[in-house]
Design a protein around this ligand. Sequence first.
Ligand code: SF4
Length: 1012
Amino acid sequence: MTTKLIVAPPATGKTQACIKRIQELRANEPLASVWVVVPDRLQASAFRRRVADCEGAIGTYVGTFGDLYKNILEHSQMHVPVASSPLLHRLIQEVVDLAVEQGGLPHFSPLQRMPGFILALRESFAELKRSLIYPDQFIEFTRSGTTAQQELALLYSLYQTRLRDLNWADPEGISWLAVEALKGHPHVASSIKLLVVDGFDSLNGAQHQAVKLLSTQVSEILITFPGIIGSKRPAHRRFLEDLDKLIQELSPHHISLNNPPFLPADLLHIEQNLFESSGSVIQPAIKPILLEARSPADEAREALRWIKRLVIREGIPLSSCMIFTPNPSVYHPQLKACAEEFGIPIRFTQDEPLSESPAITALLNLLALPSKNFNTRALVNVLRCPYFDLSISSDIADQLELVSRVAQIVEGRDQWQETWDRLAPHSFEEQSDVDDERILPGLPRGAKANQLRQIMEALFNRITPPDHSCSQTEWITWLEDLLDQLQFYQNATTERDQNACEVFRETLRALVLSEVVAGERVVDYAQFFIDLQGTLEGVGQREPGVSGKPALLVGRMVEARGLRLQAVALLGLSEGLFPANEHPDPFLDEPLRAALGLDQRLQREQAGLFYQAVTRSDRHLLITRPYLSEDGEKWEESTFWKAVQRLFSKEAVETVRPDDPQPLVEAASTQELLFTAVRRQSLPQRYDFLHERWNGLRHAREVVKARRAKHPKGPHEGYVEAIAPFMEKRYSSEHTWSPSRLEYYGTCPYQFYIRTALGLEARAVPQLGLEPGQLGSMLHKILEDTYRNASDPKDIEAVLSSLEIIAGQVFSDAPRQFGFRPSTLWENEKAELLDTLRQTIQALVAETDWTPIEFEMGFGKGDYPPLIIDLGSEVLRIRGVVDRVDRNSSGQLRVIDYKSGSMHLTANDLKDGHRLQLPIYALAVRDARKLGIPVEGIYWKILGAEAGSLKLSKFKTDTNQGVDAAIEVMMAHLVRIVNGIRSAEFPSKTPRVGCPSYCPGAQWCWRFEPEY
Ligand code: SF4
C-alpha cells in the first residue's frame, strides 16, 4: 500500500503524470482496476477524454467521490436507496412541524412555513454531513451555544433519525455509509489497484476520512494538489491547510515534477507573480488581457466576441473554451441572450432552478391565488397568461381589469360579488362633454355585468381548491386535473417550456412516491402549495437543446480548477463582484464553523480561487469587468484586476465603449454587422443579401434621431398628413366640439390625437381611494343638488342644512351610481368630504353679492342649442355643461367651473391655450342661452375652498382686458386648434408644467415629463 502525492503549480503536468502512471500500470497489469476521482462531472468527462486519447480507458473508472462511495457500498452489500429531492424536502418540513408541535423551536417557529427555511436547513445538514459531523456530536457542540444553534442541532438529529427509520439515505449520507463500510469491511476496496485523486484544491471531512481508510486497502493512491509545499505565496494559501492535513494523515511519498508550467509567456508571468508584493517585472503586453466594458451585458458581449474570434480565426475548438463568472444571476441571462444572437451554442454547468422557468413561474402564480385570497393584481396577470386556456378573450380581460380598478377590488371573491351586485341591476347613462375630472370610466352594467359575473364565477370555481385537507397524492390528482382543463401542457410550446414541464411532471411523480415511502401527508391547500413551491425551488432544470453537440461551457468561478482549456474568459472583476462580498452564514456562524472544522464563510481565500482560474488556459486568457454601475456611477476595479494590471504595461488593458467605432470585420452577428454598417452609412456590396434589413435599420435610426430632436417632426411625432382628408371629414364644420377636447389639443396636440382621435385610454395602476372621475362626479352632484334644494341659496344656514341632507343621499347611492366598492375607509372619507364641502360652501356664500341662478347649465344638449362661434373663416359648434351661473345685485353674470383636483388654473394657462373653458362658458351663457353678459368667470377649487387665480374680470392682454380679452385669446387658440386638427398636425409638445398623468402617452411618449 503506497500513497503518493504530487504537489505542483497549475499546468505543470499533474494530470498527465496520473495518466502516465495509469499507462505504466496497464503495461504490467492490463486488467487492473483503476479508479480516478475528480471534483465534478465536468472534470470527469475531461479526464475520460484524455485517458481515452492515451488508450488507458479500459478498466479505468472516472467519477466523483459520490460514484466511488456507491461502488464501495455495492461491494459491501449495503443497498440503501437515496432519497429524491422532493422526499428530502418533505422529511425536513415534517421534522420542523414536529419540533414546533412539541414546543422545541421557539426561535425558528416563525419560519416554519417558509420554503426558503427548509432549503437553508437542507444546505446546512448537507454541509454538516459532508464534514462527517454526526448529530450527537453536533448536539454536544451546541450545548453551550445559542438557542438557534441548539434548535438546528435538534432538527438535524430528528431529520437523521427519520431517514434512518425509513432506511433511506440522502446524497451526503452516502459518504457516511461508505466510511462505515470501509471501517467494517477491511478488504472491500482491495480490488482497486490504483486510486487517483486529481483536480482538488481542498477535501471535505468525509473525503479526507475516506482517502485515509482507502489508503489501507488500495494498492496505490496517487493524489495531486496545486501549490508548492511550504510555499509562503498568498496565491497558494488556499491549498496549504488541506495539504498539511493530508501529509499528516497519510505520510505520502512526494513526487516532484520539476516541470515549469506549460503556459504562454503572459500567463506564465501572471502565474509566477500574481499577488507577490515585490520584485515582479512589468511585462510589455503583446495583446490586451484585461477588457473593460460599460456593463455586465457589454462585458458578456465582448467575451463572447473574443471566443467567436478565436474559434473562427484560430481554429480553437469551442469545447476547449470556457467562461467563468462570479455571479450566475447577473451574467447567465446576458450570456444566454448574446450567445443566441452570435449563434454560439452555450451550456451552463449550473442547472436553472425549475421555479424560475417561465411556465413554472406562471403556474406557481396561478396556484398561489387561493392563498393570496385571489389578489386582484395577480388574478389579472393570470387572466392574460398565455399558458392557461381560460376561454377569456383579451377584450373581456380588459373589462374585468377595468371593473377591478374602478370598483377598487383588492382581493377576494366577496369583493367581486359585491361589485356585481351593484352593477348588474342597473343601466347608467354616461355623461360626455363634461370636465376631465368628471368623466367616468365606461363600466359594464346590467346584462353585460351579469355576463362578466358568470365568467368570473366559472373561473373562481375552476381554480378554487377543495377546502378540506387531502393527502399529497389527492392534491396532485386535483392539480393534474386542473392543468388538463387549462391545457397547460399543450400551451407550453417552446423547447424550454416542454423541458420544464417534463421535470415538473417528474417532480410530481416523486412527491407521490414520497407518500409511498414515508406515509400519507394530509395537509390543507396552503401547506400543499408551500410544500410544492419549496420542492420546486430545490429542483434544477438542464438547459435544453445542446446536449451531445459542441457547446461553450459557462461555469462559476469556484469551478475553475482541475480543467485544462485553450481559451478562458473570466468575467466580473469589479469591486464587490469578484472577490465577492462575504457574509456570515446565519445558521452556522464562523466560531462554530471553526470549532467543527467546516470551511469558513469569511476570508475564504478567494485569491487562491482566482489564481486557479487564471491558470486554467494553455493559450488565451481574457479578464473582463464592467466600468459603470447600474446607476451610471464609475465602478471601481477589483483588487484582483489591479493585481494583474500591475504586472503588465498599459497596453494590457482595453476599454470598449458603446460609441467607439467598430470595424465591420469584428461584427459577431448579423445584427452587429448591420448596426455598424448603418453607423458607417454604407453596406459593402458582398452583403447585398442583407439590404432589406439594412434599410429597416436605417429607418429605425431616423426614428431614434427624430425622437432625440429638440422639435417634433415627421409622422412619428404626430405630423400625419396622410390622414388629413379623413380628419377634415370627421371634424368638418358639422362637427360639434366639446371644450375639454379642444383643451387637449391646446395643451398638447399629440395628446388630442391619441386620446380623442384614436380613443386610447391610459391604463392606470390600481390605487387606493376613489378614481378622479368618481370623486369629481360625486362632488359636482352634491354641490348642484345642495344649492338647488336650499330654501335660500344666499343663506348660509339654509345651504348648509341642505348639504347635510343631500350629501347623505348622494353618499349612500354613490357606490352604485359611480361603480366603486366602498373600502373600510369609506366612512372616514365621507366625513372628511362633508367637512370639506361645508368649508367650500361657506367660502362661496361669503362672496355675498353673487346668487346662483343656474346649475349644470347645458348647451348643445337636449333642447338647448349649441354655442356657435364665428371664427371668421368658419363657424364652430360647441356643446357642454356649465357647472354654475351666478347673478349679482346689478344683474351681472358670473360663470363658475368647479374643480375637484385640477392644478394649473392661472392666466398663463389660458394664454398657453391649456384652459379655454371659462371664456367658452361665458360665451355660451351670453350667446347660446342668452342669459345676459358675464362679467366674471372663475374656477372654484372644491377641495381647497377657494377660487383659482385665473379670473376673467382681471384677465389682460396687451390690447384688451376682462372677459372680452379672454374671449379674444380663446378664439385665436380655436383657430389654431381647428386648423391643426383638420391638417392632421399633432406634434407632441410637453406642456410647460409637465404632462398630465392621465395622458395615455405618459406610458410611451418620449417627450413625457412629469407634471409638477
Ligand atoms: S406625454 Fe406629454 S408630450 Fe407626450 S402626448 Fe402626453 S402630454 Fe404630450
